[in-house]
Write a protein that binds this ligand. Structure first.
Ligand code: ADP
Length: 342
């Protein structure tokens, strides 16, 4: 997936380049800048001294010294002054200029911290949106794998209302399948939304039926016959749906945040089995209603289960006709679930 949001320490990222949220002197500072200089060693500061500083929104490249990447791209984010002082445009320039610099140096993988969202005070949620939008815009014209490295949980915050709605949806669905649970107390949004002590009470009659072995077919078919009757595959359904929606292939895989090479593989192999995340990403990109999304997942060998919070959250968004990957990821993050594309 071309843009991935990951939770990590950026100094640990094994990419072609990592981006530093530097200050205009480029002579080191606190936050992520301090962490990068510390991990890179003295050589980085020495090289930075030769650069003559950097203007807000611009980017300069150095070696990476002891870091596990090839380059460090230093960019200077805007200081937040209420949002009416060109902050958004400057922040976007940081991303675009850093990516352009990376491209000029042949980088294929780049990791960004959330620029300006620390000491410079840019509200994290807005900083993340600018990051995602700017990188996505850049990637419509260039092929690269870009990571946004989120360091702390407060970078994603969903509204109290959405949090409550999803919580009660999870509640209903868990009850549906005869699972009993209780919430642990929650402090900050996203901090303690943990379903504690899942306890299975009794299996529903329907589940018992499903547990029975299927009856043996009365007539054994030859393998060839069986293969002929195979249903439409995942790949075939995907191509059919893209046509039906009037999308181009590129529109679909870009919206799904899927790498072009992976898409070509799926298109070229009618029996290709994608990962569950990939199958879900396509179902979301195609804005399939729930039954069709489930059908598509089934063709890849998966189901949306009511005993998985991840699956229930996906179901919540599909049921509500909200196919915004970014918002889905915010919710997955708040409920401590793996992200789409992560
Ligand atoms: P700025 O001055 O641009 O605001 P900061 O370094 O203060 O830069 O913060 C930018 C973001 O980087 C913040 O969201 C902060 O939580 C995050 N951050 C700090 N240390 C690291 C690290 N080691 N890896 C990734 N992100 C980090």
């Amino acid at each position: 997936m071309p843009v991935q949001i990951v939770r990590n320490d950026i100094t640990k990222m094994k990419c072609d380049a990592i981006v530093n949220a530097a200050n205009p002197t480029l002579l080191g500072g606190g936050g992520v800048d301090g962490a990068i200089h510390e991990a890179a060693g003295k050589g980085l500061l020495e090289e930075c001294r030769t650069l003559g500083g950097c203007k807000t929104g611009e980017a300069k490249l150095t070696g990476a010294y002891d870091l596990p990447c090839k380059y460090v791209i230093h960019t200077v984010g805007p200081v937040w002054r209420g949002g009416q002082n060109n902050e958004k445009e400057l922040l976007k320039s940081c991303y675009i200029n850093s990516l352009t610099t990376a491209l000029e140096h042949g980088c294929e993988t780049v990791a960004f911290p959330l620029i300006s969202s620390g000491v410079y005070g840019y509200p994290k949620e807005q900083a993340l949106r600018v990051a995602v939008d700017s990188i996505t815009e850049f990637l419509t014209k260039h092929d690269m794998l870009v990571y946004i490295v989120v360091f702390d949980r407060s970078s994603f915050r969903i509204s109290e209302k959405l949090f409550t709605a999803i919580s009660s949806f999870i509640d209903d669905k868990y009850v549906d399948t005869n699972f009993k649970f209780r919430f642990s107390g929650r402090g900050e949004i996203g901090e303690s939304a943990v379903l504690g002590e899942t306890q299975i009470l009794y299996p529903a009659a329907a589940n018992l039926v499903q547990l029975r072995r299927p009856a043996k077919p009365t007539k054994t078919r030859s393998l060839e016959e069986a293969l002929k009757q195979t249903d439409e595959s995942f790949s075939e359904m995907l191509m059919r749906k893209i046509d039906e929606k009037g999308m181009t292939d590129a529109q679909c895989y870009k919206k799904a945040n899927i790498d072009r090479k992976l898409f070509s593989k799926i298109r070229g192999d009618r029996l290709y089995k994608p990962s569950k995340q990939t199958a879900i990403a396509f179902a979301i990109a195609l804005e399939l209603p729930l039954e069709e999304a489930k059908d598509m997942l089934m063709k890849a060998g998966f189901a949306l289960s009511h005993s998985s919070r991840f699956d229930i959250i996906i179901e919540y968004f599909i049921t509500n006709g909200n196919y915004n990957t970014f918002e889905i990821n915010e919710a997955l993050f708040a409920f401590d679930q793996p992200l789409l594309g992560a």
